[in-house]
Each structure stands twice: as structure tokens, then as C-alpha cells.
Design a protein around this ligand. Structure first.
Ligand code: HEC
Ligand code: HEC
Ligand code: HEC
Length: 154
């Protein structure tokens, strides 16, 4: 189908889960719900396309807390590459509607990792001193134990 402004799906017009699914289809480790498809094992969410519900097609790898396995460290964080989705869905931020696109602009930016802002800025938008989202110290120094503006404070 020839792409036009009427048939290109825009994640910014979707609900949070569908918008994140757009990214997580590639940025995650998992396996197809359907198991083998025509006798083949797929390492990507075969048959999913943007706008559908990714979890119907793709099961993220299981986590066993306290154990290092192929995919995870004992605290449940990623042990392999391409696991940003596996990590992010565990965050309270995912449940509160923060999305990949809150921090990244995949059309490209001048910042590292296509971040909307330089890496030491995006967190403070929502986690500045006194924010209800925490941290609950009154200054950045108290939280990081590093001088503001120093390398450690990043
Ligand atoms: C079709 C698969 C696919 C989709 C969909 C996708 N990505 Fe990626 N993304 C990749 C691949 C592959 C790379 C690594 C590219 C490279 O190293 O050149 C990448 C790289 C990135 C990077 C790192 C760029 C850098 O400069 O290091 C970011 C950030 C990123 N993607 C975010 C996203 C976000 C956010 C979304 C959803 C809006 C998304 N991606 C959707 C496949 C995808
Ligand atoms: C709250 C902000 C935030 C959200 C939400 C977020 N990221 Fe990121 N992401 C970052 C930051 C900051 C970095 C840079 C980390 C660093 O300095 O190593 C990054 C780095 C990355 C990278 C590059 C990793 C590398 O090693 O080059 C990829 C890919 C990526 N994010 C994908 C995603 C995807 C996909 C999602 C959603 C599932 C997501 N991010 C959600 C802030 C965020
Ligand atoms: C768009 C707003 C927003 C941005 C940007 C943001 N956060 Fe959050 N963050 C939240 C909200 C909302 C919560 C949930 C607060 C609560 O319920 O107590 C949260 C919770 C957290 C938590 C608690 C643990 C968990 O499971 O999520 C951590 C840690 C955290 N954020 C780190 C970060 C870091 C690091 C960055 C920057 C890379 C960042 N946040 C950027 C809004 C944001």
C-alpha cells in the first residue's frame, strides 16, 4: 500500500499501550504466543502489526527474580540487548502512561540515543526536587550524593 497521510498509523494518536507496543515489537525479547508457526520458530512478533494488541501475539520472556538466566539479572533487569521494552513495562512509569516517546523522538534529535533532551534533563521534568513522583529529598544533591552539575550528578 502506498503510504499517505491518511494510511500511516501515528502512535501519538493511540492509547499509551498501543503506542508503546509500536516500539516494543522490536525492542524486546520474547516469543510468539502461537508457538511454532507453520513449523517455524520466530524471534519476532510474527502477524502483529501496529495498532493491534502486541500481547495477543507476543509473550515477553519470563522473569525469575533472584536468578541470573539468559535474559535477566537477578533483579529482573535486562541481561541481553534489545530489551528496553522488557525493562520499561516493569516500571511504575509504564502504568502511569509515560511512554517511550515521552523521552525519545525517533525521527532523530541532536542528543544521544534520540533523546528529546540531553540525558541529564528528561528525568528532572517529572522528578525535580519536591515532585510528587519522587525522589523525596529536597535537592538533587541529596538524591545523587554528587555536586549539581558534576559528572556524578548526571
Ligand atoms: C521495526 C523495528 C523497530 C521499531 C518498530 C522501533 N525500533 Fe528503535 N531501533 C531498531 C533497531 C534495529 C535499532 C538499532 C539501529 C542501529 O543501531 O542502527 C533501533 C535503535 C533505536 C534507538 C537507539 C538510537 C541510537 O542513537 O542509539 C532508540 C532510542 C530507539 N530505537 C527507540 C525506538 C522507539 C522509541 C520506538 C517506537 C516509537 C522504536 N525505536 C521503534 C528497531 C526498531
Ligand atoms: C523516562 C525516559 C525514558 C523512557 C520512558 C524510555 N527511555 Fe529509552 N533511554 C532513555 C535514556 C535517558 C537513555 C540513555 C541511557 C544512557 O545514557 O545510556 C535511553 C536509551 C535508549 C536506547 C539506547 C540504548 C543504547 O545502549 O544505545 C534505546 C534503544 C531506548 N532507550 C529505547 C527505548 C524504548 C523502546 C522505550 C519504551 C519501551 C524507552 N526507551 C523508554 C530514557 C527513556
Ligand atoms: C513524563 C514524566 C516522567 C519522566 C520524564 C520520568 N518519570 Fe520516572 N516516574 C514518573 C511517574 C508518574 C512515576 C510514578 C510515581 C509514583 O507513582 O510514585 C515515576 C516513577 C519512577 C521510578 C519509581 C520506580 C518505578 O518502577 O518506576 C523511578 C526509579 C523513576 N521514575 C525514574 C526515572 C528516570 C531515571 C527518569 C529519566 C530517565 C524518569 N523517571 C523520567 C514520571 C516520569
Amino acid at each position: 500500500m502506498h503510504p499517505t497521510s491518511t494510511n500511516i498509523l501515528n502512535p501519538s494518536e493511540m492509547d499509551d499501550v498501543a503506542a508503546d507496543d509500536t516500539c516494543i515489537q522490536c525492542h524486546s525479547q520474547g516469543r510468539p504466543r502461537a508457538g511454532l508457526i507453520d513449523g517455524k520458530a520466530y524471534d519476532w512478533p510474527e502477524s502483529y502489526h501496529v495498532g493491534l494488541h502486541l500481547a495477543d501475539y507476543w509473550k515477553l520472556e519470563n522473569i525469575t527474580l533472584g536468578q541470573t538466566d539468559f535474559f535477566h539479572y537477578p533483579d529482573g533487569t535486562a541481561h541481553k540487548n534489545r530489551m528496553q521494552g522488557n525493562d520499561f513495562v516493569q516500571s511504575v512509569m509504564y502504568r502511569h502512561g509515560v511512554t517511550c516517546a515521552s523521552c525519545h523522538d525517533v525521527h532523530g534529535t541532536d542528543n544521544y540515543a534520540q533523546l528529546r533532551k540531553p540525558a541529564d534533563k528528561p528525568c528532572l521534568d517529572c522528578h525535580g526536587p519536591g515532585s510528587p513522583n519522587g525522589p523525596h529529598e529536597t535537592t538533587v544533591e541529596e538524591h545523587t550524593h554528587h555536586k549539581a552539575g558534576s559528572a556524578g550528578s548526571q
